[in-house]
Design a protein around this ligand. Sequence first.
Ligand code: HDE
Length: 734
Amino acid sequence: MARKPDPTSPSKRATKAGPAPAPGESPQKAPKLPASIALSDSFGEPQAAGGETHQVAGGDVATLTSAQGMPIADDQNSLKYGARGPVLLEDPHFREKIFHFDHERIPERVVHARGVGAHGFFELTESLADVTRADVLQRVGEKVPAFVRFSTVAGSKGSADLARDVRGFAVKLYTQEGNWDIVGNNIPVFFIQDAIKFPDLIHAAKPEPDRGFPQAQTAHDNFWDFISLTPESMHMVMWIMSDRTIPRSLRTIEGFGVHSFRLVNAEGKSTFVKFHWKPKAALQSVVWNEAVKINGADPDFHRRDLWDAINAGDFPEWELGVQLFDEDFANSFDFDILDPTKIIPEELVPVRIVGRLVLDRVVDNFFAETEQVAFCTQNIIPGIDFTNDPLLQGRNFSYLDTQLKRLGGPNFTHIPINAPKVPVANFQQDGHMAIANRKGRVNYEPNSWGAEIGGPREDPAKGFTSFAATEEGPKLRLRPESFADHYSQARQFLVSQEPIEQKHIGDALVFELSKVERPDIRARIVSHLLNIDAGLAQTVADGLGLAALPAPAQAARPTVMDLPVSNALSIVRNGPDSFQGRKLGILLSDGADAGLFKGLTAALYKVGAVFEVIAPKIGGVTLSDGTAQAARHKIDGGPSILFDAVAVVVSDEGAALLAGDAAAQDFVRDAFAHCKYIGLTKAAQPLFAKAGIADLLDDACLALGTAKDAAAFVDTIGALRFWPRELEVDLDAK
Ligand code: HDE
């Protein structure tokens, strides 16, 4: 007969505090906790009723409950027969808790899985009442709440932030006429002209299906194979190989609606529009070698930056710009305004700034908001409408579908982050997780129950009406001839870059194609580059070690136009002019000059910049005047790649100590190799000598002696990088 377990007299083994120590290991000491917090394990004795043992004393702390609201007495132990007996199926708390945990995951987004979101507002600064009836675009000064989710495209949810990738820039505006989503990217064109190619593009970009890698990278055979067979992607290829895909911060990217949309005014007149978001912090990117290292040092680099900036009150801000144009322009333009692989250069149709988007609040809960937010391109409001861009039309079909799968039912608009901030009144009902079913007897219309019981009615005056475009023609699977030029704008993008940016495009192509195993794919890409620019094709061919140049790719439209330079396309020409909102890494040692340090931090404060101290020990340093300065990073946890510029403020003894440390050497060597501005005290020389760069120091390596030097230094580092140095430190540039 089985012995009856007696919960009141537990066996001796059950009362032992933790596992027996292994030989040679000292017995584990229980951690010292504040008196108000009880240890979570209770041995041998049933828990005191009321769950007091788990609560922080002194506050009015809520009682833990189950999802059904039942108060929980013990959250540490499942229900058992005796202390060592089997767990009972009966235990409702255990069952519910594990059940819920087992179902925590929802499918990650098939693209744009890794993202970060924030709340804010949109404010209109110039009325567009002449061209649209959209309420949110009428009255200057009017604000509506906004939620923005930034993302990378190819990587899984857990991939690193600085993958070379397009960034999603999806904006939800909670307007008085419902939610308006502008689901854009940080690049104004796309790879393909027809949505039917999207699954192929994404399959090719994602990890290869047999091996499940590479993660969050396009540097592999499948991607470049698809691209090399898809000439329409060549314009986008120029953009993704530029530094646009390795941004310094999400605060420093542009956003684009990509497609041509329509604005429709009260008279029903339509004007075409392209949407732009222009960052107040200007365009800024990192360099590739830096991106690779950032992904190791801080895979959350971008989301942390956004989080920190908002919490510090340095609210990220963008201007909303619109390019407005009419049918006449569309007919006279060299390209089809329905073709999403083309831009309309700002020099041809200027960007008119009409509003601002400010992000001023981080999310309370990542899953509830950032994960569950559901953007849909078809979320538009009266006064906004679509065009026949075939990519946009395909997207309008896709987004509802994807949310149904991801969020589990048609009621995802009931989730607070997706719910409009205006009353919803319709006869939709039921489905999974229906939270907002209508009250009353009537669930159809038309009905004859009168307004009060019978509920909402259509309103032709207020309601959305589609622009009455006239369409005709036979049903065909055909691409228009006006979409056929795949190279002219790719060339325009290239020639609009500064030489250093052109070099980076060449470097990126060589890097990516060097990861491609099949030589014929590498050559096929070069054959396309020949149609864009002979110099670039030659550079890439040389970089790959191609024995001979291939023949140029056959082009649907062989004549490549020499379009004028567009300055708006360059990052360097649109970079920052001050250090505001940026971060200096200050490497300190014991005995570092206190006056200089204070001068430096005061100068940074003055321009609205931030700094972080890196020191040999996380406990910080004692400065020359005896004051203690805390550190944010220990030297090997705070590499210079995390900062926009660095200053090395050390004493003689400090420099001698750091000179023998590989992480300190890397700190200055990387800052130098990444063309960063460097400030250094005279005493720092031995560290630079050990790092092998003492003889290379240039105009962007500035001596720091006095507080006045510090102020001059902070002025100088306003520029993005000191690019001339790259020619000294990169073999490919020689
Ligand atoms: Fe998307 N895209 N996309 N896309 N897209 C999705 O919707 C799709 C395209 C963009 O932060 C999915 O909710 C198709 C262009 C962003 O939640 C999915 C096509 C642009 C986000 C989808 C495109 C975008 C998505 C996956 C080709 C720039 C993230 C998860 C016709 C203008 C939104 C989801 C967020 C997300 C489909 C092309 C931007 C599957 C079929 C072009 C920023 O519906």
